[in-house]
Write a protein that binds this ligand. Structure first.
Ligand SMILES: C[S@@+](CC[C@H](N)C(=O)[O-])C[C@H]1O[C@@H](n2cnc3c(N)ncnc32)[C@H](O)[C@@H]1O
Length: 208
């Protein structure tokens, strides 16, 4: 597990410099959907787990969607460095280098946890979900956007990538993700699927 985690860190350290530009279309599609579902958040203390270069809070602020505090947590130091640059001067945003499987936050620290396009790299989905559950306050929200490993053609693509260049990929079907969320104690309130090019995507809004 450790070497797979290291491979993910290596991948994103390498991609960080061009990340925002290279996946612009995909990022616009996933992040604008997250923004739509997040709703009003003036009093929210938000954890962005696998928050990368900080594009979601950037989009939120540009759309006048303000929050009390926002923590961008990520495994990759280089992705976080870009986030720091983007949010220079935003005093209610902070940065934590950590693994979502073991979050360095007290229980009940957040009103909202967001995970955008990160879960398919997690080696132990159940462990990350139980960490998200632990750090949320009662009735807190968890919003997940990720690849949706439901269509057969996409299963074949992700399986091939898994066996060749990306052994650390753990894509999830909507059924398995919903079952894991329910088993952790989350109530799934909203599940929506859409496509960006060949990418089948899903967003789930859940409540603790
Ligand atoms: C595709 S990027 C998404 C970044 C950001 N959420 C966005 O939508 O632009 C995936 C991010 O998840 C991070 N990541 C992957 N596994 C992680 C883990 N176990 N804990 C924390 N971050 C992780 C990667 O370092 C990378 O920055």
């Amino acid at each position: 597990m450790l070497s797979k985690t290291k491979a993910v860190v290596h991948r994103y350290n390498r991609l960080a410099a061009n990340y925002d530009e290279r996946w612009r279309g995909y990022l616009d599609s996933t992040l604008s959907k997250a923004l739509e579902i997040i709703g009003p958040c003036l009093d929210d203390i938000i954890l962005d787990a696998g928050g990368g270069t900080g594009l979601l809070p950037d989009l939120m602020l540009r759309n006048n969607c303000r929050f009390r505090q926002y923590v961008i947590a990520d495994l990759s130091p280089k992705m976080l460095q870009r986030a720091v640059k983007t949010h220079k001067g935003d005093n209610n945003i902070s940065y934590t280098l950590c693994d979502s499987h073991k979050l360095p936050f007290l229980s009940g620290s957040f009103t909202t946890v967001v995970s955008n396009s990160s879960l398919h790299y997690h080696q132990n989905l159940e462990q990350s979900l139980s960490e998200f559950y632990r750090v949320l306050q009662p009735s807190g929200k968890l919003i997940i956007v990720d690849w949706c490993n439901d269509p057969l053609y996409f299963k074949l693509i992700t399986r091939t990538l898994n066996l060749t260049s990306m052994p650390y990929l753990r894509p999830i079907s909507s059924k398995d993700l919903s079952a894991a969320l329910n088993a952790t104690g989350f109530k799934v309130e909203h599940l929506e699927k859409w496509y960006f090019g060949i990418f089948p995507l899903m967003i789930l809004k859940t409540i603790k």
